[in-house]
Design a protein around this ligand. Structure first.
Ligand SMILES: Cc1ncc(COP(=O)(O)O)c(C=O)c1O
Length: 501
């Protein structure tokens, strides 16, 4: 399909072995000139390759690290700069150094270099996190809060230290505002059952949005079914952005609670959270934010946002699976009833009555996932050293580049084109099912999600049952985006290539 020398390739197609080797070895400088050629040499066929207007290339200003900030409209300013740099940097860190911290990024898939673009499903872990968990089991393992011995002291210190790191990372007033849970799903179920359920009477209303992941729909549906409450859904515009004026109209005297995603996992839309929280509070309603998809892409300050609850999963933040966080304002955690009963969450038990501890222990019945909480603390140390504002800035640039590159693919239709987006490039490709695209990309070593992304309502709103969803993290490179684009282009031309060979 392509030439075997390091010179100009004759065809677009899967990358040359030498390119993959350069990429694998982190020698992007070798790879990048080829990329510069491949885009420069690519002449779109105006008959078949109309650029998609909703995939207009955008770039974020260098000094604007605002989460999901509106990107400017000149990718040209960004792309050459990216390519001229021997290696891109994220803040002060060369990407090569960052990538070397993630052992799995060196993995081979079908003899090809792994390109991990399924970060919205889960992120990869740096060696620092893996090593921290190993250290915990080798030197600190014990149950927490329960013994006078040295290891109990070490494990408690490590576990509570991780809680304090989470609090600082998301701008919570104190570690006591941080409840460790299994993940976002469990956090949202906790809010629904421990805080909202006791408030509900038949006819009361809960507001969510069309953008929600099933984790922020189903718990509320179950609750509504069991209490006679009603679920109301804020809609989106054609780009996939929340229509704030319509959202505001959903509030009435029956509104009891609001739960909204910060970033859509299916479209990448960054919701206008400040406005939405302001409206909910002005209407006297408390609001929970599903931060599963924002936590790894932008700085989060729950206090500045004035969120009442905020939930996220460790595995979406380069930390372990099985650990997550629920942030809650102190008075709300105090008002919420216990959600599971057992050890660790009580201060006194008789058969007549139980006295519960205060938050966060009140919500942490039984032995928690101590080692993975400690691992999450290490992940937070890792991203904090790079700086979430630097991560946001770099990713906005990479996303703009991805939008521009995918815009070159004939028949590729983006799903979701909101001005404020983070992390995700969702699309369908004419003539190829999402599953087929996913399998084809896998042959080239590229991992993306193809399916409904546990967000069926928003996909169906746009008329799809499934999309292809590449999703980025700060360790992804422009070269990987280029590889994605060229592989997709090769797929669109497959029938032509096979008929002429
Ligand atoms: C927006 C959103 N909310 C909630 C979840 C659920 O997260 P978890 O499966 O880690 O509980 C996800 C996972 O993809 C998500 O993207």
């Amino acid at each position: 399909m392509s030439t075997t020398t390091n010179s100009v390739p004759k065809h677009w197609g899967l990358p040359e072995e030498w390119e993959l080797a350069a990429l694998a070895a982190g020698r992007l400088a070798e790879y990048l000139p080829r990329l510069a050629y491949s885009s420069a040499g690519y002449e779109p066929d105006p008959k078949t390759e109309e650029p998609n207007p909703s995939y207009a290339p955008r770039v974020v200003a260098q000094d604007d690290a605002t989460p999901g900030a509106q990107a400017a409209s000149d990718a040209g300013a960004f792309v050459p700069a990216l390519r001229q740099a021997a290696l891109p940097y994220v803040g002060e860190y060369p990407l090569e150094k960052i990538r070397a911290d993630f052992p799995i990024l060196a993995e081979k898939i079908k003899d090809r270099q792994l390109v991990w673009l399924d970060n919205a499903a889960t992120t990869q872990r740096p060696a620092q996190v893996i090593e921290r968990i190993r250290h915990y089991y080798e030197h600190e393992n014990s149950n927490v809060h329960r013994g006078a011995h040295t290891l109990a002291g070490r494990s408690t210190e490590a576990y509570e230290g991780a809680r304090a790191k989470v609090a600082t990372f998301i701008g919570a007033p104190a570690p006591e505002n941080i409840v460790f849970v299994r993940g976002t799903t469990e956090a949202l179920n906790l809010v629904a059952n421990a805080y909202v359920r006791p408030l509900l009477r038949p006819g009361d209303e809960i507001i969510v949005t069309l953008l929600e992941h099933h984790s922020n729909i189903v718990p509320w549906q179950i609750l509504a079914e069991e209490t006679g409450a009603l679920l109301r859904v804020a809609t989106v515009d054609a780009s996939g952005q929340i229509l704030v004026s319509e959202y505001a109209k959903l509030f009435n005297r029956n509104t009891r609670f609001v739960s909204v995603t910060h970033v859509s996992n299916a479209l990448g839309t960054v919701a206008p959270l400040e406005e939405m929280i302001g409206i909910a509070h002005a209407q006297g309603a408390r609001i929970c934010v599903d931060g599963a998809q924002s936590i790894s892409h932008m700085p989060i300050d729950v206090s500045a946002l004035d969120a009442d609850f905020f939930a996220f999963s460790g595995h979406k933040l380069f930390g372990p699976t099985g650990i997550g966080v629920l942030y809650g304002k102190s008075d709300l955690l105090e008002a919420a009833r216990p959600w599971q009963g057992g050890g660790n969450m009580i201060s006194d038990v008789t058969f007549a009555r139980t006295v519960y501890k205060k938050a966060p222990e009140k919500f942490e019945a039984g032995t928690g996932n101590i080692a993975d909480a400690v691992g999450l603390g290490a992940a937070i140390d890792y991203v904090s050293a790079i700086g979430m504002d630097n991560v946001a800035r770099y990713e906005q640039e990479l996303l703009a580049y991805g939008i521009s590159e995918l815009g070159r693919i004939p028949g590729l239709r983006p799903v979701g084109s909101a001005t404020r987006r983070a992390g995700v490039l969702s699309f369908v490709l004419d003539g190829h099912s999402p599953e087929e695209v996913g399998r084809y990309l896998n042959e080239a070593g590229i991992a993306v999600r193809a399916g409904h992304h546990c967000a069926q309502p928003i996909l169906r709103h746009f008329g799809y049952e499934a999309t292809v969803r590449p999703s980025i993290a700060f360790y992804n490179t422009p070269a990987e985006i280029e590889h994605l684009a060229r592989t997709l282009l090769a797929l669109t031309r497959l029938p032509y290539i096979s008929s002429t060979y």
